[in-house]
Design a protein around this ligand. Structure first.
Ligand code: CP
Ligand code: NVA
Length: 303
C-alpha cells in the first residue's frame, strides 16, 4: 500500500476493498463496544487551512477510539505556506507526530507536504480531491445496497473535488458514473481522461440532470460553490439552478434510489429539504461512515 493517502487513484481495487473490510470490522467493534486500540500511543496532527465539522471531528474521535491522540492545527495556528514553507512544516511535524492529516487549498501543497514528510500524510480535502469522503461514500452505498455490482451513481452539480474523487474511484472499481454538470464546470480533464482510458467504469457527462439520473441507484450532490469560491456563489446559483436534487427529479431514478450529499448542504439550493429529510436520504449514515473508514485508512497506513 502507498505510504500516503493522497488520492484514491494511488490504490488498487484490492487495496480499496481491503480498507472496506477493515472498516466493517472496526465499525462492528465500535458498535459492540469491543476494544480496538490499534494505534495506541500514536499522535495525529490535523492541519486545517479551511473550515470543517465532519473531517475534524471524525478524525479526532477516530484517533481517540484507536487509542491515539489528535492535535488540531487550525487556519490561524501554523499558517502553512505563509508563516513558513510547506516543506519546513512537514519536516518539523514529522519529528513530533506519527501521522498528518491536512485540509489545504492547492493540491500541490499536499504533494509538497508528502514529499518532505517522513510520516504518512492523509488528504482531508484539497481544491482538487476529497478522497476520504468518497471512500466513505462508496462504503455506505455497499452497506445500504447489500451488493457491489451494476451500481449506477448519478452525480449532479459542480465538477469539483468530490466529483474528481468519484471519477478516481471509478477508475479502480467498476460502476456506471453519470455526471450531470453544466458546461464550464467540468471536472479535471486529466483525471477524467485517465479514468476513461482505464476502461473500468462507464463514465458519461450529461448537461441534463433528468437524463443522468435515469434508473440511478444513487443520486449524489454537493454544494455549488466550494470553500474558497464564496465570491462566485451568486453566479454559480444561476449556472446550477436546473441541477437541484428535488422530488421531481427523483421520479426518473430507480424506485429505491439513495440520495447522498457529502455535507455541509445548502438546503434549498442544490437539494430541497423534502429530499434531504426524505426516505431516500442517507446523508447522516454517510457522514457517520467517515469515522469508520478513516480509522481503517489510518490503521492501514501503519501496517
Ligand atoms: N464532508 C466534509 O468533509 O465535511 P466538513 O467540511 O465539515 O469536514
Ligand atoms: N466541494 C466542497 C466539499 C465540502 C466537504 C468544498 O470543497 O467545499
Amino acid at each position: 500500500m502507498s505510504k500516503h493517502f493522497l488520492a484514491i487513484s494511488d490504490f488498487s481495487k484490492g487495496e480499496i476493498l481491503e480498507i472496506f473490510d477493515l472498516t466493517e470490522d472496526l465499525k462492528s467493534k465500535q458498535k459492540n463496544d469491543e476494544p480496538h486500540k490499534l494505534l495506541e500511543g500514536k499522535t495525529l496532527a490535523m492541519i486545517f487551512a479551511k473550515p470543517s465539522a465532519r473531517t475534524r471531528v471524525s478524525f479526532e474521535v477516530g484517533m481517540f477510539q484507536l487509542g491515539g491522540h489528535a492535535l488540531y492545527l487550525g487556519p490561524n495556528d501554523i499558517q502553512i505556506g505563509q508563516r513558513e514553507s510547506v516543506g519546513d512544516i512537514s519536516q518539523v511535524l514529522s519529528r513530533y507526530v506519527d501521522i498528518i492529516m491536512a485540509r489545504l487549498f492547492g493540491h500541490e501543497d499536499i504533494l509538497e507536504l508528502a514529499k518532505h514528510a517522513t510520516v504518512p500524510i492523509v488528504n482531508g480535502l484539497t481544491d482538487l480531491l476529497h478522497p476520504c469522503q468518497i471512500m466513505a461514500d462508496l462504503f455506505t452505498i455497499y452497506e445500504k445496497k447489500g451488493r457491489r455490482d451494476n451500481l449506477k451513481i448519478a452525480y449532479l452539480g459542480d465538477g469539483n473535488n468530490v466529483t474528481n474523487s468519484w471519477i478516481n474511484i471509478a477508475s479502480k472499481i467498476p460502476m456506471t458514473l453519470s455526471l450531470a454538470i453544466p458546461e464550464g464546470y467540468d471536472p479535471d480533464d486529466e483525471i477524467l481522461k485517465s479514468a476513461m482510458q482505464s476502461g473500468i467504469s462507464e463514465i458519461q457527462i450529461f448537461r441534463s440532470p433528468a437524463e443522468a439520473v435515469q434508473n440511478a441507484d444513487v443520486i449524489y450532490t454537493d454544494v455549488w460553490a466550494s470553500m474558497g469560491q464564496e465570491a462566485e456563489a451568486e453566479t454559480r446559483k444561476i449556472a446550477f439552478r436546473n441541477f437541484q436534487v428535488n422530488a421531481d427529479l427523483l421520479k426518473s431514478a430507480a424506485a429505491d434510489c439513495l440520495v447522498m450529499h457529502c455535507l455541509p448542504a445548502h438546503r434549498g439550493d442544490e437539494i430541497t429539504n423534502e429530499v434531504i429529510d426524505g426516505p431516500h436520504s442517507i446523508v447522516f449514515d454517510e457522514a457517520e461512515n467517515r469515522l469508520h473508514v478513516q480509522k481503517a485508512i489510518m490503521v492501514k497506513l501503519f501496517e
